[in-house]
Design a protein around this ligand. Structure first.
Ligand code: DP6
Length: 335
Protein backbone atom coordinates (compact mmCIF):
# COMPACT_ATOMS: atom_id res chain seq x y z
CA UNK A 1 0.00 0.00 0.00
CA UNK A 2 1.32 3.40 -1.01
CA UNK A 3 0.80 6.51 1.06
CA UNK A 4 1.07 10.19 0.20
CA UNK A 5 4.68 10.47 1.40
CA UNK A 6 5.77 7.62 -0.89
CA UNK A 7 4.42 9.53 -3.87
CA UNK A 8 5.99 12.83 -2.82
CA UNK A 9 9.37 11.15 -2.22
CA UNK A 10 9.21 9.49 -5.60
CA UNK A 11 8.32 12.64 -7.50
CA UNK A 12 10.86 14.82 -5.72
CA UNK A 13 13.67 12.22 -5.75
CA UNK A 14 15.87 13.78 -8.43
CA UNK A 15 14.73 17.37 -8.16
CA UNK A 16 17.28 20.16 -8.02
CA UNK A 17 16.77 22.79 -5.29
CA UNK A 18 17.43 26.46 -5.82
CA UNK A 19 15.25 28.02 -3.20
CA UNK A 20 13.71 31.46 -3.73
CA UNK A 21 12.72 33.51 -0.70
CA UNK A 22 9.20 33.92 -1.99
CA UNK A 23 6.90 32.63 -4.73
CA UNK A 24 3.67 34.17 -5.96
CA UNK A 25 1.39 32.14 -8.22
CA UNK A 26 -2.19 31.88 -9.45
CA UNK A 27 -4.34 28.81 -10.16
CA UNK A 28 -7.81 29.03 -11.72
CA UNK A 29 -10.83 27.33 -10.19
CA UNK A 30 -12.44 24.65 -12.32
CA UNK A 31 -15.95 23.31 -12.73
CA UNK A 32 -16.44 19.74 -13.88
CA UNK A 33 -18.65 19.19 -16.93
CA UNK A 34 -18.31 15.45 -16.30
CA UNK A 35 -18.01 14.98 -12.55
CA UNK A 36 -15.57 13.24 -10.24
CA UNK A 37 -17.75 11.57 -7.62
CA UNK A 38 -16.27 8.64 -5.71
CA UNK A 39 -12.80 7.35 -4.84
CA UNK A 40 -11.22 3.96 -5.28
CA UNK A 41 -8.49 5.00 -2.82
CA UNK A 42 -9.24 7.72 -0.32
CA UNK A 43 -5.67 8.09 1.00
CA UNK A 44 -4.33 8.91 -2.48
CA UNK A 45 -7.51 10.55 -3.84
CA UNK A 46 -7.73 8.06 -6.69
CA UNK A 47 -11.07 8.44 -8.45
CA UNK A 48 -13.41 5.71 -9.65
CA UNK A 49 -13.82 7.46 -13.02
CA UNK A 50 -12.24 10.02 -15.34
CA UNK A 51 -13.62 13.57 -15.20
CA UNK A 52 -13.47 16.64 -17.42
CA UNK A 53 -13.56 20.29 -16.38
CA UNK A 54 -13.63 23.85 -17.61
CA UNK A 55 -11.50 26.51 -15.88
CA UNK A 56 -12.82 29.80 -14.54
CA UNK A 57 -10.27 32.18 -16.09
CA UNK A 58 -9.43 34.92 -13.60
CA UNK A 59 -11.51 33.36 -10.79
CA UNK A 60 -9.29 31.21 -8.61
CA UNK A 61 -6.58 31.41 -5.95
CA UNK A 62 -3.61 33.75 -5.72
CA UNK A 63 -1.02 32.30 -3.38
CA UNK A 64 2.16 33.82 -1.96
CA UNK A 65 4.47 31.47 -0.08
CA UNK A 66 7.52 32.20 2.09
CA UNK A 67 9.61 30.30 4.64
CA UNK A 68 8.30 31.17 8.10
CA UNK A 69 10.37 31.48 11.30
CA UNK A 70 7.57 30.85 13.81
CA UNK A 71 6.64 27.61 15.62
CA UNK A 72 3.72 26.83 13.25
CA UNK A 73 2.63 27.68 9.73
CA UNK A 74 1.11 31.12 9.32
CA UNK A 75 -1.97 31.00 7.09
CA UNK A 76 -3.77 34.06 5.81
CA UNK A 77 -6.94 33.77 3.77
CA UNK A 78 -8.37 36.80 2.02
CA UNK A 79 -6.36 39.14 4.26
CA UNK A 80 -7.27 37.51 7.61
CA UNK A 81 -4.89 35.39 9.71
CA UNK A 82 -6.64 32.10 10.45
CA UNK A 83 -6.48 30.45 13.89
CA UNK A 84 -4.51 27.16 14.04
CA UNK A 85 -7.68 25.15 14.71
CA UNK A 86 -9.46 26.49 11.59
CA UNK A 87 -10.44 23.52 9.35
CA UNK A 88 -8.63 25.02 6.36
CA UNK A 89 -5.42 25.43 8.40
CA UNK A 90 -5.55 21.84 9.69
CA UNK A 91 -6.07 20.50 6.17
CA UNK A 92 -3.31 22.69 4.75
CA UNK A 93 -0.87 21.86 7.57
CA UNK A 94 -1.38 18.14 6.98
CA UNK A 95 -0.69 18.66 3.29
CA UNK A 96 2.39 20.82 3.92
CA UNK A 97 3.74 18.11 6.29
CA UNK A 98 4.52 16.18 3.11
CA UNK A 99 6.94 18.88 1.96
CA UNK A 100 8.92 20.01 5.05
CA UNK A 101 12.55 19.79 4.02
CA UNK A 102 14.45 20.12 6.32
CA UNK A 103 11.93 18.61 8.76
CA UNK A 104 10.32 21.26 10.92
CA UNK A 105 10.30 23.89 8.21
CA UNK A 106 7.29 26.22 8.50
CA UNK A 107 5.55 28.15 5.77
CA UNK A 108 3.83 31.49 5.56
CA UNK A 109 0.94 31.14 3.11
CA UNK A 110 -1.15 34.04 1.92
CA UNK A 111 -4.11 32.97 -0.20
CA UNK A 112 -6.55 35.33 -1.82
CA UNK A 113 -9.53 33.69 -3.48
CA UNK A 114 -11.27 35.61 -6.21
CA UNK A 115 -14.06 33.04 -6.04
CA UNK A 116 -16.41 32.76 -3.03
CA UNK A 117 -14.92 30.28 -0.52
CA UNK A 118 -17.06 27.16 0.23
CA UNK A 119 -20.70 27.02 -0.94
CA UNK A 120 -19.59 24.54 -3.61
CA UNK A 121 -17.44 26.98 -5.55
CA UNK A 122 -14.44 24.69 -5.69
CA UNK A 123 -11.98 26.97 -3.90
CA UNK A 124 -10.15 23.94 -2.47
CA UNK A 125 -9.29 22.90 -6.03
CA UNK A 126 -7.62 26.17 -6.98
CA UNK A 127 -6.26 26.54 -3.42
CA UNK A 128 -4.32 23.25 -3.45
CA UNK A 129 -3.21 23.69 -7.07
CA UNK A 130 -1.82 27.12 -6.16
CA UNK A 131 -0.01 25.69 -3.09
CA UNK A 132 1.66 23.05 -5.25
CA UNK A 133 2.69 25.62 -7.87
CA UNK A 134 4.07 27.86 -5.13
CA UNK A 135 6.04 24.98 -3.51
CA UNK A 136 7.51 24.12 -6.91
CA UNK A 137 8.43 27.73 -7.69
CA UNK A 138 9.84 28.47 -4.22
CA UNK A 139 12.02 25.33 -4.11
CA UNK A 140 13.03 25.58 -7.79
CA UNK A 141 12.01 21.95 -8.46
CA UNK A 142 10.76 22.66 -12.02
CA UNK A 143 8.52 19.58 -11.90
CA UNK A 144 6.71 18.49 -15.07
CA UNK A 145 3.02 19.43 -15.14
CA UNK A 146 1.99 15.80 -14.76
CA UNK A 147 3.82 15.60 -11.43
CA UNK A 148 2.28 18.88 -10.27
CA UNK A 149 -1.14 17.46 -11.09
CA UNK A 150 -0.45 14.30 -9.06
CA UNK A 151 0.76 16.37 -6.09
CA UNK A 152 -2.27 18.69 -6.27
CA UNK A 153 -4.50 15.60 -6.36
CA UNK A 154 -3.10 14.53 -2.98
CA UNK A 155 -4.50 17.78 -1.51
CA UNK A 156 -7.93 17.51 -3.16
CA UNK A 157 -8.97 15.37 -6.12
CA UNK A 158 -10.37 18.21 -8.20
CA UNK A 159 -7.16 20.25 -7.61
CA UNK A 160 -5.42 17.93 -10.11
CA UNK A 161 -7.45 19.77 -12.81
CA UNK A 162 -6.74 23.33 -11.60
CA UNK A 163 -3.30 23.85 -13.14
CA UNK A 164 -4.49 24.98 -16.58
CA UNK A 165 -7.03 27.20 -18.28
CA UNK A 166 -9.64 25.74 -20.63
CA UNK A 167 -10.77 22.12 -20.83
CA UNK A 168 -8.93 19.64 -18.61
CA UNK A 169 -9.27 15.84 -18.54
CA UNK A 170 -8.35 13.95 -15.37
CA UNK A 171 -7.49 10.32 -16.16
CA UNK A 172 -8.59 8.03 -13.35
CA UNK A 173 -5.72 5.61 -14.02
CA UNK A 174 -5.74 2.04 -12.80
CA UNK A 175 -2.50 1.61 -10.83
CA UNK A 176 -2.51 1.31 -7.06
CA UNK A 177 0.41 3.74 -6.66
CA UNK A 178 -1.55 6.63 -8.26
CA UNK A 179 1.21 7.53 -10.73
CA UNK A 180 -1.15 7.15 -13.71
CA UNK A 181 -3.92 9.30 -12.21
CA UNK A 182 -3.25 12.85 -13.42
CA UNK A 183 -4.93 15.57 -15.42
CA UNK A 184 -3.93 17.21 -18.69
CA UNK A 185 -5.34 20.05 -20.74
CA UNK A 186 -7.22 19.40 -23.98
CA UNK A 187 -5.83 21.16 -27.06
CA UNK A 188 -9.23 22.56 -28.09
CA UNK A 189 -9.95 26.24 -27.38
CA UNK A 190 -13.60 27.26 -27.54
CA UNK A 191 -13.20 30.95 -27.11
CA UNK A 192 -16.86 32.06 -27.08
CA UNK A 193 -17.88 29.52 -24.42
CA UNK A 194 -18.73 31.06 -21.03
CA UNK A 195 -19.47 29.71 -17.59
CA UNK A 196 -21.38 31.83 -15.07
CA UNK A 197 -21.60 31.50 -11.30
CA UNK A 198 -25.12 31.95 -10.02
CA UNK A 199 -24.79 32.60 -6.30
CA UNK A 200 -28.12 31.67 -4.74
CA UNK A 201 -27.10 30.86 -1.21
CA UNK A 202 -23.62 31.55 0.21
CA UNK A 203 -23.96 29.76 3.54
CA UNK A 204 -21.27 27.14 4.13
CA UNK A 205 -22.13 23.62 3.10
CA UNK A 206 -23.18 21.12 5.74
CA UNK A 207 -21.53 17.97 4.39
CA UNK A 208 -18.15 18.33 2.68
CA UNK A 209 -17.63 16.63 -0.69
CA UNK A 210 -15.10 14.12 0.71
CA UNK A 211 -17.62 12.76 3.23
CA UNK A 212 -20.55 12.98 0.81
CA UNK A 213 -18.64 10.97 -1.81
CA UNK A 214 -17.63 8.34 0.72
CA UNK A 215 -21.20 7.92 1.87
CA UNK A 216 -22.47 7.68 -1.73
CA UNK A 217 -19.93 5.02 -2.72
CA UNK A 218 -20.60 2.97 0.40
CA UNK A 219 -24.39 3.19 0.68
CA UNK A 220 -26.07 4.40 -2.53
CA UNK A 221 -27.77 1.67 -4.54
CA UNK A 222 -27.54 3.97 -7.59
CA UNK A 223 -23.74 4.24 -7.45
CA UNK A 224 -23.23 1.04 -9.47
CA UNK A 225 -24.60 2.82 -12.53
CA UNK A 226 -22.35 5.88 -12.14
CA UNK A 227 -19.17 4.65 -13.91
CA UNK A 228 -21.20 3.63 -16.98
CA UNK A 229 -22.97 7.00 -16.99
CA UNK A 230 -19.63 8.81 -16.82
CA UNK A 231 -18.22 6.80 -19.73
CA UNK A 232 -21.23 7.77 -21.89
CA UNK A 233 -21.25 11.44 -20.84
CA UNK A 234 -17.49 11.86 -21.15
CA UNK A 235 -17.52 10.50 -24.71
CA UNK A 236 -20.42 12.84 -25.59
CA UNK A 237 -18.65 15.84 -24.08
CA UNK A 238 -15.33 15.06 -25.82
CA UNK A 239 -17.19 14.75 -29.14
CA UNK A 240 -19.16 17.97 -28.55
CA UNK A 241 -15.89 19.80 -27.86
CA UNK A 242 -14.36 18.49 -31.09
CA UNK A 243 -17.52 19.49 -33.03
CA UNK A 244 -18.02 22.81 -31.15
CA UNK A 245 -21.60 21.59 -30.65
CA UNK A 246 -22.87 23.73 -27.79
CA UNK A 247 -26.26 22.00 -27.41
CA UNK A 248 -24.62 18.58 -27.15
CA UNK A 249 -22.05 19.86 -24.64
CA UNK A 250 -24.64 21.58 -22.43
CA UNK A 251 -27.09 18.68 -22.53
CA UNK A 252 -24.44 16.11 -21.54
CA UNK A 253 -22.97 18.30 -18.78
CA UNK A 254 -26.39 19.08 -17.30
CA UNK A 255 -27.51 15.45 -17.36
CA UNK A 256 -24.22 14.33 -15.80
CA UNK A 257 -24.64 16.77 -12.88
CA UNK A 258 -28.21 15.62 -12.28
CA UNK A 259 -27.13 11.97 -12.35
CA UNK A 260 -24.39 12.70 -9.80
CA UNK A 261 -26.93 14.36 -7.48
CA UNK A 262 -29.27 11.41 -7.93
CA UNK A 263 -26.55 9.02 -6.70
CA UNK A 264 -26.07 11.06 -3.54
CA UNK A 265 -29.77 11.52 -2.84
CA UNK A 266 -29.98 7.71 -2.79
CA UNK A 267 -27.21 7.48 -0.15
CA UNK A 268 -28.22 6.49 3.41
CA UNK A 269 -28.49 8.98 5.03
CA UNK A 270 -29.23 11.05 1.93
CA UNK A 271 -27.03 13.91 0.80
CA UNK A 272 -29.04 16.79 -0.63
CA UNK A 273 -27.23 20.03 -1.46
CA UNK A 274 -30.21 21.63 -3.16
CA UNK A 275 -32.10 24.51 -1.55
CA UNK A 276 -35.47 25.86 -2.70
CA UNK A 277 -33.57 28.57 -4.65
CA UNK A 278 -31.63 25.84 -6.51
CA UNK A 279 -34.80 24.13 -7.74
CA UNK A 280 -36.33 27.46 -8.66
CA UNK A 281 -33.23 28.38 -10.71
CA UNK A 282 -33.22 24.97 -12.45
CA UNK A 283 -36.83 25.58 -13.51
CA UNK A 284 -35.89 29.05 -14.77
CA UNK A 285 -33.04 27.61 -16.88
CA UNK A 286 -35.40 25.02 -18.34
CA UNK A 287 -38.07 27.59 -19.11
CA UNK A 288 -35.53 29.97 -20.73
CA UNK A 289 -34.36 27.04 -22.85
CA UNK A 290 -37.93 26.17 -23.81
CA UNK A 291 -38.20 29.80 -25.01
CA UNK A 292 -35.23 29.25 -27.33
CA UNK A 293 -32.21 30.38 -25.26
CA UNK A 294 -29.13 28.17 -25.49
CA UNK A 295 -28.55 27.82 -21.73
CA UNK A 296 -27.58 24.85 -19.55
CA UNK A 297 -26.51 24.38 -15.93
CA UNK A 298 -24.28 22.22 -13.80
CA UNK A 299 -24.11 21.89 -10.00
CA UNK A 300 -21.52 20.65 -7.52
CA UNK A 301 -21.44 19.99 -3.79
CA UNK A 302 -23.47 23.06 -2.91
CA UNK A 303 -26.76 24.83 -3.59
CA UNK A 304 -25.53 27.15 -6.35
CA UNK A 305 -25.77 26.73 -10.11
CA UNK A 306 -23.12 27.25 -12.75
CA UNK A 307 -24.58 28.26 -16.11
CA UNK A 308 -23.15 27.41 -19.51
CA UNK A 309 -23.74 29.77 -22.44
CA UNK A 310 -22.03 31.51 -25.30
CA UNK A 311 -20.70 35.07 -25.43
CA UNK A 312 -23.41 36.11 -27.92
CA UNK A 313 -26.10 35.36 -25.28
CA UNK A 314 -24.20 36.69 -22.28
CA UNK A 315 -25.97 40.05 -21.93
CA UNK A 316 -29.45 38.53 -22.25
CA UNK A 317 -28.62 35.86 -19.68
CA UNK A 318 -26.99 38.30 -17.25
CA UNK A 319 -30.18 40.37 -17.41
CA UNK A 320 -32.36 37.36 -16.64
CA UNK A 321 -30.22 35.97 -13.79
CA UNK A 322 -29.51 38.64 -11.22
CA UNK A 323 -25.97 38.63 -9.81
CA UNK A 324 -24.60 36.15 -12.36
CA UNK A 325 -20.79 36.34 -12.52
CA UNK A 326 -19.49 35.39 -15.97
CA UNK A 327 -16.09 33.73 -16.32
CA UNK A 328 -14.15 33.40 -19.56
CA UNK A 329 -12.21 30.12 -19.35
CA UNK A 330 -9.54 31.36 -21.74
CA UNK A 331 -8.89 34.72 -20.12
CA UNK A 332 -6.73 34.74 -17.02
CA UNK A 333 -6.53 38.51 -16.55
CA UNK A 334 -9.48 40.65 -15.48
CA UNK A 335 -10.95 42.29 -18.60
C1 DP6 B 1 -18.79 17.75 -6.96
O1 DP6 B 1 -12.18 17.45 -5.14
O2 DP6 B 1 -13.57 18.59 -3.38
O3 DP6 B 1 -16.97 19.25 -7.28
O4 DP6 B 1 -10.95 14.87 -3.46
O5 DP6 B 1 -12.29 14.72 -1.37
O6 DP6 B 1 -11.06 16.84 -1.91
P1 DP6 B 1 -11.78 15.62 -2.46
O7 DP6 B 1 -13.09 16.13 -3.20
P2 DP6 B 1 -13.28 17.36 -4.18
O8 DP6 B 1 -14.63 16.92 -4.91
C2 DP6 B 1 -15.15 17.61 -5.99
C3 DP6 B 1 -16.50 17.09 -6.30
C4 DP6 B 1 -17.30 17.88 -7.31
C5 DP6 B 1 -17.12 17.30 -8.72
C6 DP6 B 1 -15.86 17.65 -9.45
O9 DP6 B 1 -15.25 18.72 -9.21
O10 DP6 B 1 -15.49 16.87 -10.35
Amino acid sequence: MCNKSDIVNRLLADCPESRQSEAAVFAPANIALCKYWGKRDSELNLPVTDSLSLSLGSLGSHCTMRIHDGPADLVQLNGTTLPPDHPFVSRLTRFLNLFRQPPGRRFHIETVNTIPTAAGFASSASGFAAIVKALDAMHGWKLPERSLSILARLGSGSASRSLWQGFVHWHAGSGTDGMDSFAEPLPEQWTDLRIGLLILNSSRKTTGSTEAMRRTVETSALYDAWPRQVATDLAAIRQAIRDRDFQALGAAAEANALAMHATMMAARPAVLYWQPESVEAIQRVWSARADGLALYFTMDAGPNLKLLYREADRTTIEQQFDGLVTANPWQEREP
